[in-house]
Design a protein around this ligand. Sequence first.
Ligand SMILES: [Zn+2]
Length: 255
Amino acid sequence: MVLPSSLTLDMALFIFGAVVGSFLNVCIYRLPAGRSIVSPGSTCPHCDTPIRWFDNVPIASFLILRGRCRSCGGRISPRYPLVELLAGLVPVLVAHRFGLTPASAAYVVFIWALIAITFIDLDHQIIPDRISIPGTILGLILGATILPVGWTGSLLGAVLGGGLFYLIAVASRGGMGGGDIKLIAMIGAFLGWQAVFLTILISALAGSAVGIYMMAVRGKGRKHPIPYGPFLVLGAVVYLFYGSEIIGWYLGVRG
Ligand SMILES: [Zn+2]
């Protein structure tokens, strides 16, 4: 396994990822509205002035313009550079964990898609089919070719994850959304059936903790549903990076 350690490579990976993050911002903003993610170019959310290329440099432009539009001075959400920062870190962290391999490239694309899903779900409580369905198909193709899960693990993961959540949705009469079903199928396709169990476990623990916190501290109850997608994403990413350690620890504890 190649372990890149050079700072230059890390910088190049980060810049590449941050540029993709800029595109993810477009997806997060436009996909739920059913708008094209290709054209027109980015505009200010306040005054609709087209943003010129030198004001659209990931992270840097936000810092230089101090989070304001050059034309109207309207505030630009710090979420834009946050998404770019996260997207930039993804290829750096994946390369350090898994080396520069075809599988690593697949994981990077996977996590980028999960970042877009997370913020769209936080904003709109939906997980767009335009990400999760092609994502599941891509996961199955990559699972059969370059990912360590192999085609059986990938197919089992998608069917098991999607099937399990479908049953929960039927049993709870709508307590589980259709978007979550397709998201766990996508996670299963990329990471395999073992990932499905750990992802659900981790997401349930994290979701319960946040739910209790919201009710206790903020007094929010059932009328303010917390989207579940971001917790599934958290579970999947934790599994991807630490799954083998968690399973090893668990087997060690048991055995
Ligand atoms: Zn503006």
